[in-house]
Structures are given as structure tokens and as C-alpha cells.
Design a protein. Structure first.
Length: 225
């Protein structure tokens, strides 16, 4: 250990530090890329909601018909959000495996630089999956201490409630179907910043950034162990 200490270079000229810093920059790009994938699922949400809302004027709905619409909408939204989570969780596991591999290679290269004969071990996919999904996220506030899956699931529940609630509120206020649709969907004219689905997208991007950072941290920590 003493020999190692004397050979390690200052952090400003340390290959381990440099490669880690470059990797962190790349990770930020990955977070953005994964966050952008929500767009395809938002299109499904938009199309599904419009198909259901365009079936007659909501103000003319009977109580039974309105309840049927809301139930059907809730089930459809749940299906789309579940599809999104399944897609996201698969990508997160891939990211975890990549991060573990990077950390191992990064350590090996850095230690070769100081003439240390060392080979890192990479955690198995099973170990990584368990660590990623069974270790709580390092976030503050109401979501502190949550596991990854409940963290995403709670977000999808909130988004479903917001969208279904917007329909119910629109009916209660006597809005037409077109007015309710305008309140929900995003439009190109407003640079896709209007409507409840724009809020859903912003929330999704924040969720994904947190999830990717969690996976990266856990995978690298498991490799260091």
C-alpha cells in the first residue's frame, strides 16, 4: 500500500480521474437520450386519449357512460405506462452492465499506469440486477428510501390520476371534448410546452435521470466491492 501511495500522481494529472470525468460527461448525454424515449409512449397516450374522447360529446354522457370511459382510460393508461417501465427497466439493466464493465476496465488501465498487476472482477448480471432493484435510491424528500420499481410506479400512478382527473374536471365544468383534448395534449404551435402531457414528459425526464444515475452509482459500487 505504501508503494501505491508514493506512485499515484496528483488528481489533476491522474488517468483514473480523467477517464472518470469524461465518462460522467457521457453519462449526462445518456440520461438525456433515455429521457427522450418517453416521446414515443406519449404519442400512444395522446392517441389513446383522443380516440376515447372523440366518441361523442362528454357533456352528454350519462353517469354510467362516463364511469365506463374513465375506467377504460385508466386501464389503457396503465398498460402504456407499464410498457414504458418494462422498456426502461431493460435499458437500465443494460446500462448497469456497461457501467460495471467500464469501472473494471477503468481501474485496470489506471493501475497499469502505475505498474500494478491487477485485474478487476465484474459482478454477474444477477448480482447487478439484485443491487439495482433492491438498493434504495439516494434521493431527498418524499421519494427518499424508495426502491427503483416503486419509485417509477408511484410516478405513473400520479400521472394517470392527473390525466383521468383532467377528463373528469372537464366534464364537471361542461367543457366540450375538443376543450378537454386541448387541455391534455401538446401542440407544435406552442413548441410542445402546453397541455398535461408536456408536464408528464418533464416529470418522466426527471425520473429517468434519477434512475440512470442510481444504476450507474450502484453498478460502479458493486464493481469496487
Amino acid at each position: 500500500m505504501k508503494a501505491l501511495t508514493t506512485k499515484i500522481e496528483p488528481v489533476t494529472n491522474n488517468p483514473l480521474f480523467d477517464s472518470t470525468l469524461r465518462h460522467m460527461v457521457g453519462l449526462e448525454g445518456l440520461k438525456k437520450h433515455e429521457g427522450n424515449k418517453i416521446a414515443a409512449f406519449l404519442k400512444k397516450l395522446d392517441r389513446s386519449l383522443r380516440e376515447r374522447l372523440l366518441d361523442g360529446e362528454l357533456t352528454e354522457f350519462s353517469k354510467r357512460r362516463l364511469e365506463s370511459l374513465l375506467k377504460d382510460t385508466d386501464v389503457t393508461l396503465a398498460s402504456i405506462f407499464n410498457e414504458y417501465y418494462d422498456d426502461l427497466s431493460g435499458h437500465l439493466l443494460d446500462i448497469g452492465e456497461f457501467e460495471a464493465s467500464f469501472e473494471a476496465q477503468n481501474l485496470d488501465q489506471a493501475l497499469k499506469h502505475i505498474d500494478v498487476n491487477y485485474t478487476s472482477a465484474i459482478p454477474s448480471t444477477k448480482q447487478l440486477k439484485a443491487a439495482i432493484f433492491l438498493q434504495p435510491l439516494s434521493v431527498r424528500g418524499a421519494d427518499g428510501g424508495k426502491l427503483l420499481e416503486p419509485f417509477v410506479e408511484d410516478w405513473t400512478k400520479v400521472e394517470k390520476q392527473r390525466l383521468v382527473g383532467a377528463i373528469l374536471m372537464g366534464v364537471a365544468e361542461g367543457q366540450t371534448r375538443d376543450q378537454i383534448i386541448r387541455n391534455i395534449r401538446v401542440t407544435k404551435a406552442n413548441q410542445y410546452r402546453d397541455g398535461l402531457l408536456a408536464t408528464t414528459q418533464r416529470h418522466a425526464e426527471a425520473i429517468v435521470r434519477t434512475a440512470v444515475q442510481h444504476v450507474s452509482t450502484v453498478a460502479r459500487t458493486e464493481t469496487l466491492k
